[in-house]
Design a protein around this ligand. Structure first.
Ligand SMILES: [Zn+2]
Length: 392
């Protein structure tokens, strides 16, 4: 199998049999050897396939090479899939997970501790505090903009009335304003639905069914949602965001996504981060968190122990790792075992400041990147410099 290390010549020198890098090339030589992308690509193609290109999916050699601007692409005639030299290697797709893996590998043996600490936190999305009125007004504005874009003459745009409704909804929690606010909100929803119907009538048919049908259905779903509904939409441009109530005094609800952090017990190196696109219970997050931790470490040294907080109640053993929670001592445990567990649980608190630093110094507190992929990228990019810049 192709691996990036084969680009550098490795030699066994130590008596112990460990590999050490003896022959390397300087940056100057490297730039001379690879002046542009094409030479680098050709070099890797030569290294990987030699003269016969093979499909990474079905290992067939019935390959068509693309030409022109798609020169680096290949097409397999047997399984009809497109691929390039990077497909199936660590260079494929985004390199951010690879960067993370490398920054863990920088620490060598210290990152291979068998005991890890795991905790979850919230990564807040960059959205306004969601209220029904705000969402309704945003929908109205979008619909008016759409009508203007297609030069459709509307009966009314309701600009003035929306303004008055907005004023009526101010201080909607106050007892004396409550009835008025409720009425105004209903009116806003009615206006939005009216505008949708008008656009559906007046827009050219192909536009309604091909381009905007999805948007209109989405808007109607947002307008119809009730306070106690499940899987609500909190933002028009970030529909994947969910609400997390962690029971904090100063921040009752947070809007974003849940993130698991896995760090080693003594050296405090983050070996795994996972962003969850659904609001699942903490104990259900352990499997992917530990899997990600294992994937970034030495394959021979999987995680053996994971220390978590009481939120993870119910988990006992995940992927061969024993889960340790702070709880009443078991009767079967003797003094020594009890003390050992207690000590581990004391050490668990070390992950809290890690999360704090990730949030305040490495931009985990607010995620500006779009969509579920944005969540993943943001948490990886926060963790990479955190483990890289530490004094190792
Ligand atoms: Zn194939």
């Amino acid at each position: 199998m192709f691996s990036p290390t084969s680009m550098i010549k490795y030699k066994k020198t130590n008596k112990k049999g460990t590999t050490m890098c003896k022959e390397t090339i300087s940056t100057f030589e490297l730039l001379n050897k690879f002046p542009d992308h094409t030479t680098a690509r050709k070099f890797i193609e030569q290294k990987r396939w030699g003269n016969g290109v093979q499909c990474p999916v079905c290992q067939s050699s019935k390959i068509t090479s693309r030409r022109g601007h798609r020169e680096s692409q290949f097409f397999c005639r047997q399984c009809s899939k497109d691929f390039s030299v990077r497909t199936g290697t660590v260079f494929a797709c985004s390199q951010i997970p690879l960067l993370f893996k490398m920054s863990v590998a920088l620490h060598g043996k210290t990152a291979q501790e068998s005991t890890v600490l795991i905790d979850t936190t919230v990564q807040e999305k960059n959205i306004t505090y969601p209220t029904d009125a705000k969402l309704a007004i945003k929908i109205i504005n979008r619909l008016n903009k759409l009508a203007k874009h297609h030069a459709i003459k509307q009966r009314r745009t309701y600009v003035k009335e929306v303004k008055n409704c907005r004023l009526a909804i101010r201080h909607f929690r106050h007892v004396k304003k409550r009835a008025k606010a409720k009425k105004a909100l209903t009116r806003l929803r009615t206006i939005a639905n009216k505008l949708i119907r008008e656009l559906q009538r007046k827009l050219p048919t192909h536009l309604v069914f091909e381009t905007y049908q999805k948007d209109f259905l989405f808007y109607q779903q947002v307008l119809a949602q009730k306070p106690k509904d499940k899987n609500k939409i909190y933002s028009l441009h970030e529909p994947n965001v969910y609400v997390l109530a962690k029971g904090k005094d100063h921040k009752q609800y947070e809007y974003g996504n849940k993130v698991s952090i896995v760090s080693t017990k003594d050296s405090n190196i983050i070996v795994g981060v996972v962003s969850h696109d659904k609001n699942i219970h903490d104990s259900k997050t352990l499997e992917c968190a530990i899997a990600h931790g294992n994937s970034n470490r030495d394959r021979q040294k999987p995680i053996k122990q994971a220390v978590c907080d009481r939120g993870y109640v119910g988990a006992k053993e995940v992927l061969g790792a024993q889960i340790i929670l702070p709880k009443k001592a078991l009767k079967k445990d003797n003094r020594y075992q009890r003390d050992k567990k207690r000590k581990l649980c004391k050490r668990r608190a070390a992950i809290e400041p890690i999360i704090g630093h990730l949030k305040s110094d490495f931009r985990l507190s607010r995620n500006l990147l779009k969509g579920n992929i944005g969540d993943e990228i943001n948490v990886l990019m926060a963790a990479c410099p955190f483990i890289n810049l530490r004094n190792f």
